[in-house]
Each structure stands twice: as C-alpha cells, then as structure tokens.
Design a protein around this ligand. Structure first.
Ligand code: FAD
Length: 468
C-alpha cells in the first residue's frame, strides 16, 4: 500500500502516540492552547490499556464482585451471605463492558470537542519530524513539530510460559475467561497480581499467590501490608513468597495447570494468572530511525519535564516507568504538553497518592514509617480503627484503619496510610493537608460530617496528640 505524502492537512504542532490517559491529556492540553493536534491510536483501542484491559475493567470487576458476593454484608448476615449464588464471568464482564463502552464514548467526545484529529493505525517514526500511520486503508504520512510518545506497555511474556489465554492467562485476558476457575495460581504478587488474587478470593476461588520476593508491596507501610495478608488469608489465599517459579504448564493426565518452584514444590490449580511485569511498546515505534535509545525493558528515559534526549520529542505515562498509574500518566501527559508550549510544571514525587484496589483497598500518600526510620526523621503516629467509627461499623468493615505519621515537634503531617473501605477516596483529605504543609491540628480542629470514614482523621490526630 502506498504512503500518502504529508499534505498541509497532515502537519501538526503536536502528534501524540497513544490515546491512554497520558496521550489524551497531552492532546487536550495542547488543543486548549489552540495548537493543531493529532493522536494516533491502534484500531479499536481508543482510551488505551486503561479503558480496555487495565484500570476500567479491573476496577469494574471489583465493584461487581463486592456487590454480587455481598462480602461486606457478611459482617451482619453471616459468612454464607451472597447477593447472587453462582456468580459467573459473564456477570462481571457485563458490567465492565457497559462501563468501558461509556468511557470510550466520553473520550471520543472530549477529543472531538477539542478538535483533536484521531488517526487509527500503528504509528512509527520515519525521521525526527515524520511519522507513518499504517491502517487497513493504507499508509498516512504525518509531520509534527513536536511529539509526545504515550504508547504504554503490554504484559511481559516469557518464552517458557505457555500462555493460552484460557487456563494460563495474563491480565489482558482476564475478561475473556469463559468461566471462573475453582482454584487459581497467581504468579507475581505486584499490584496487578494482588488485586486480581483478592478479587478471585472474594468470589470463593481458592487462590495461591507465588512470588520470588519475600516482601509484598515494599513501597507500602508494613503494618498495612500485614493487615492485607491477614485479610487475604481469611479469604483462603495461600502465600508462597520467596519462591521462584521455574516452570509453568498443563498436566494433561490430570487436566490441571501447575507451577514448579525452585524449592522443589509443585503447586496445582485449575488456572494460572501470569502477572510478572510489563513490557513497554516502544519497540514498535522504529525509534532507531530517530536515534532514541530506550532502556533494556523498553522504557523511554525523560527529564523532569518529560523531555527525551531529542528536544522536540517527549514521553509520558507507563512507557517512562514508575509509578505507571493512570492517575500519574494523565498528569505527566498534561505537563509534557505544557512544557512543550512554554508552561512548565512538575509533579512533586512525595505527594503522589497510591491506590491499591485489593479487597480490602489500600491507599497512601507521603512517607512511610520505614522511609522515615531509614532517613532518621523523628515521627509519631496516630491510628484510627474503622471498628471504632460509626460509619465503619455501618459499612461492615471492622478491619480497616487509618494511620497518620507526623513530626512530634512541629506536628506537621508526614504521611497518611489507610487500609479499608474507600481508602482511595479519603486519602485525598490527607493529601490536601500534606500539600499545604499543614499540621495534624487541622484534623483536631475541623468538624467532619458524621458519620463518615473521613472522621478517622480526627480520631487518628487525637490518638497521635495523646501520645506526646
Ligand atoms: C490490570 C491493570 C489494572 C490497573 N489498575 C489501575 C488503577 O486502579 N489505577 C491506576 O491509576 N492505574 C491502574 N493501572 C495502570 C494504568 O492502566 C496505566 O498506568 C495507564 O493505562 C497508562 O496510561 P498510558 O497513557 O501511559 O498508556 P496506555 O493506557 O497503555 O495506552 C497506550 C496506548 O498507546 C497505543 N499504542 C501503542 N503503540 C502504538 C503505536 N505504535 N501506534 C498507535 N498506537 C499505539 C496502545 O494501543 C494503547 O492504547 C492498571 C493497569 C493494569 C494492567
């Protein structure tokens, strides 16, 4: 198929590769500055991993599971309570599909409203200012003054892991499963592995979690991680940590999947989720043609303004690596465009909130006890347990807690760590105080709605102040 020459219509102030959170926000930000903007996205994947296989489907599954399983209601109605008996994959997929369809419409409308031109196809560089888009209709040549690479990642595969998308599957394939397995082996206890492990466990699936690391979520407060492990064990999850998986396969005689561990053990199950890392999509962009060299996992190296080693080419989102979240990707995309067009800004790294949507939910902002101890920063803590909050009891969460870390001299807030219902929502109260450089006196002196989980801040502040 012939390449069309770049007409004047195909010349842009900014070309964005990828329409995930980073690409969308980069494009819309530039369009708002009245720049001529194009987004290139592969066929039928507008919205990126975020909408199609990542955040949106997984978090909608989670909502569906919490609702249908009646997990939270069991505190009141007994361990056997469920809103629906025999929950199926179709029950979960039905809700996810409906949310995804609406999300896609919203994104398309936003891009259209802001006059961003969307090209459907695979983009690759031809030279530092030219890009070719290959689609079913042929090739289109685009020329750009500036670029934002927001091409995201895909699940990392290993040649010796026989992924078939049915019994041995990755996180992209979860919503294609035809039925819920009775037992599930999860290889990889990072955020994605843990989130899915907890969701399947909440559905009554017998989950075995394998990871060669002996400590889970090392960036999260250890007390919170201990509570997560305790609550997952209550749901029947078995942990095999510090164990390296050396082989995965299907035992045809027994019609079971298996994972062999370096220690000699073999774990059997009905299905296996392989959730060991992600690989950047930068290998498909012909970066060699422009002299941009990614690292060994394909991550693109950028400076604090998201600029690569080529001054008019920026990168944002998962392709630049940690923290690889939809939340941060959006902001990185926006800031990349701002910088390109002369409005600089940065993300303060210690003020990024983290949400881990396990069951129970975890969220945090600021320093952990471990970081403060390592850095020899004196601190005191204040804790509020959901079991002592009226709202916690009403919601049936008697395990959750919120922990504040603060400077015992100045009372300045240093960190907020929460596990339990709506953790990812209420963390933002603490984030606002932290961002303003506030003290925990704010929580003591503020009237909170009653009954709320937000009230946990006041209880934790009083607990902390009582310790001084
Ligand atoms: C299972 C799972 C759950 C998650 N849950 C959360 C969560 O709860 N909260 C959170 O904040 N984050 C979550 N994330 C992470 C979040 O999805 C990502 O951080 C986010 O999608 C990254 O956005 P992005 O714009 O960098 O790229 P992506 O969303 O990956 O989008 C990149 C797009 O670029 C396109 N593309 C790539 N190469 C080309 C090319 N050559 N030509 C054209 N198009 C191209 C791809 O088709 C893709 O659509 C989750 C991820 C997964 C996998």
């Amino acid at each position: 198929m012939p390449t069309t020459a770049a007409s004047n219509n195909n010349i842009y102030d900014l070309i964005v590769v990828g329409s995930g959170p980073a690409g969308q926000k980069a494009a819309i930000c530039a369009a708002k500055m009245r720049k001529k903007v194009a987004v290139v996205e592969r066929k039928r994947t507008i919205g990126g991993v975020c909408v199609h296989t990542g955040t949106t489907p997984s978090k909608t599954f989670r909502e569906a599971i919490l609702y249908l399983s009646g997990l939270r209601q069991r505190t009141f109605y007994g361990r056997g309570y469920a809103l629906k008996e025999n929950i199926s994959m179709q029950d979960l997929v039905f809700r996810a599909d409906s949310v995804m369809a609406r999300e896609i419409e919203v994104i398309k409308a936003q891009l259209r409203r802001n006059r961003v031109t969307v090209y459907e196809g695979n983009a690759r560089f031809l030279d530092p200012h030219s890009m070719e888009v290959a689609s079913d209709e042929g090739y289109t040549l685009l020329r750009g003054t500036n670029f934002v690479i927001a091409c995201g990642t895909r699940p990392a595969h290993s040649a010796d892991i026989p992924i078939d998308g049915k019994r041995i599957f990755d996180s992209d394939q979860v919503h294609e499963l035809e039925e819920l397995p009775r037992e599930l082996i999860v290889v990889g206890a990072g955020i994605i592995g843990l989130e899915y492990a907890s969701m399947f466990a909440a559905l009554g699936v017998k989950v075995t979690l394998l990871d060669q690391r002996s400590i889970l979520l090392d960036f999260v407060d250890h007390e919170i991680v201990e509570s997560l492990c305790f609550q997952l064990r209550q749901l029947g999850t078995v942990f095999r940590l510090g164990e390296k998986v050396v082989q995965v396969g299907i035992d045809d005689d027994r019609d079971r999947v298996f994972a062999k561990l370096e220690s000699g053990k073999t774990v059997h199950g009905a299905a296996l989720l392989y959730a060991v890392g992600r690989q950047a999509n930068s290998d498909q962009l012909n970066l060699e043609s422009i002299g941009l060299v990614p690292d060994s996992r394909g991550k693109i190296i950028v400076d604090e303004n998201f600029k690569t080693s080529i001054p008019h080419i920026y990168a944002a989102g998962d392709v630049i690596g940690f923290p690889a979240l939809a939340s941060t990707s959006m902001e990185q995309g926006r800031l990349a465009s701002c910088h390109i067009f002369g409005v600089p800004g940065t993300i303060p790294p210690n003020l990024i909130p983290y949400g881990v949507y396990t069951i129970p939910e975890i969220s945090m902002v600021g320093a952990t006890e471990e970081q403060l101890t390592r850095d020899k920063v004196p601190y005191e803590s204040g804790i509020s347990r959901y079991a002592e909050l009226a709202k916690g009891q009403m919601l049936g969460d008697d395990q959750g807690f919120l922990k504040l870390l603060f400077d015992p001299g100045s009372l300045k807030l240093l960190g907020v760590h929460i596990i339990g219902e709506r953790a990812a929502e209420i963390v933002h109260i603490g984030q606002a105080v932290l961002t303003m450089g506030g003290t925990i006196e704010y929580f003591r002196d503020t009237v909170f709605n009653y009954p709320t989980l937000a009230e946990a801040y006041k209880v934790a502040a009083l607990d902390g102040l009582n310790k001084l």
